[in-house]
Each structure stands twice: as C-alpha cells, then as structure tokens.
Design a protein around this ligand. Sequence first.
Ligand SMILES: C[S@@+](CC[C@H](N)C(=O)[O-])C[C@H]1O[C@@H](n2cnc3c(N)ncnc32)[C@H](O)[C@@H]1O
Length: 282
Amino acid sequence: MNYRHAFHAGNHADVLKHLVLTRVLEHLCLKPAPFRAIDTHAGLGFYDLAGDEAGRTGEWADGWGRLDDPFPGAVEELLAPYRAAVAAVRARYGATIYPGSPALIRESLRPGDQGVFVELHPEDAAVLRERYNQDARTKVLHLDGWTALNAQIPPPERRGLVLIDPPYEVGGEIERLGTLLGKAVAKWPTGVFLAWYPIKDIRAVDRMVEALGQSLARPALRLDLMVDPPDDPTRLSGSGLIVVNPPWRLADEAGLFLPALAERLARADYGAFRCDAIGAEA
Ligand SMILES: C[S@@+](CC[C@H](N)C(=O)[O-])C[C@H]1O[C@@H](n2cnc3c(N)ncnc32)[C@H](O)[C@@H]1O
C-alpha cells in the first residue's frame, strides 16, 4: 500500500469527485429522512496544501487552486455547497487545509445521519479514527474497503450513498470496479453509488462502462472530466465517476458544471467532458 493521497489532494480529480459528492449530499439533505454515507477508501479525512507532500507535486494548483475566481451564475450556485464545506473545514482546522471525502461528508451530516469511513492503511486509519471517532454521527473502520462495501450495505437507514475511491495501484482495478460495483448495486438497488476512476488508458474505461451498462438494472451516469488529451496511457489525463441512481437533477447540473470545469482546468488548452446515461432507464 504505497498510495498516499496527501500528494494528490485538491487536484483536478479531487475537484470533480468532491463537487459531485457535495451535489449528491445536497440532494440527500432535501428530504428529512436520515441517510448514511459510506466511504470505502476514505484516506486521512483532510490534508494540508502547505504541507510537504502537497508541495512536492503542486497538483492542487491545477485543481482547487484554479477555482478562486467565481464561475458565471448557475455554475457558481452548484459549486456553493462544495465551497461552503471547504470554508467550514478550513475554519475548523486551518486556512491551508483541503478536505477529503470524510470531511466533506461530515459537514453535510444532520443529527441522525451517519458517516462510515473505511481505510485499510493502518497509519491512515489511526489518524482517521482520532479525527472522527469522537463524533457520534461518524464511525471509522480499519478494513478492506471492498469487504466493507459488501458488509455495510444495505444500511439500516435504507437511504444514502456509497463513495468508492480506490487508489488504482495494481493492474485490473478498473475492471474490478465495474464488477464489484455491479454486485453492490444488486445488493442495494436503491442506494446512490459514486465510483471514481482515473483516465489514463481511456479504452479500459470504455470497456468497463460498456460491460457495466449492459448488466446494470438501475439508471446511472458516466461523468468524465479531461484536462489533457487521452493520448498518453501513462499520464492522468482526466478522471470520471459512475453515479448509480443519480439524483434526478444531477444530469442537468453536470451539463452545466462539467463544461465550466473542462474550460477552467484544461492544461495546454485541452479540456473535455462526457455526461452519458448508462444502465437501465430511470
Ligand atoms: C484515493 S485515496 C482516497 C481519497 C478520499 N476518498 C478522498 O476523496 O479524500 C485511496 C485510499 O484508499 C486506501 N486504500 C488502499 N487500499 C485499500 C483497501 N483495500 N481498502 C480500503 N482502503 C484502501 C489508501 O490508503 C488511500 O488512503
């Protein structure tokens, strides 16, 4: 387990993932019934952009670092919960902090909602436990995320989301994501699933989405954000999320924020996006 998210926190991939996560959380909060958010690969919770790791790559400068200027009206409104959550986490922990998914989830939890944060790396799990185990609404599990995914669904609330955000350190992880996501949806057909993938070899992503789309009995979206042309399979040219059971407005929202992000985060003048419906009709 060599992957350390501290080197990548706040990069273009985090911006896409965390914006979509905050949009889904915003929609879950529209109804009073409690929900549960399960984060199968949680990381440390939050990161210091002024720290050594973030400074060594500087990746955040081409992600969160490019969001200082507001977007035109409707896009900025969609970013408001993301910006508000970052501001709230910074008020709590410091002005150079960038929240990971657990910190963003925690900002959305109401009394009665639950956050379950799963992390396998022993040191990261210990940090996460220290940061979140005091809050009665959050629970940290030191476990394999895929095992936890199967064990934790469906949750007692029968309402909520699962974020699946593995590190992709070994080959075949994209195919594994498609297979295990399909199984998880079969086990909890009404949950909202957000499954993140890197875009290096775009053909591997296309194959996974094609296979998943054929077997998925629920509606889903493929949301991709490219910041470089997908012509070098060794480079992180972009990233994407499969969102199963997306909130009904999410496709329209993505149609607004994806082109804006593609323009803002493009490197060397190449920015692109996809927002495709896959799986069964809603
Ligand atoms: C991409 S990072 C997570 C980032 C986090 N979701 C966020 O958005 O802030 C992936 C994390 O998964 C952890 N990890 C690796 N293999 C795992 C496994 N089998 N089960 C759970 N966590 C794992 C890594 O230690 C790392 O912290």
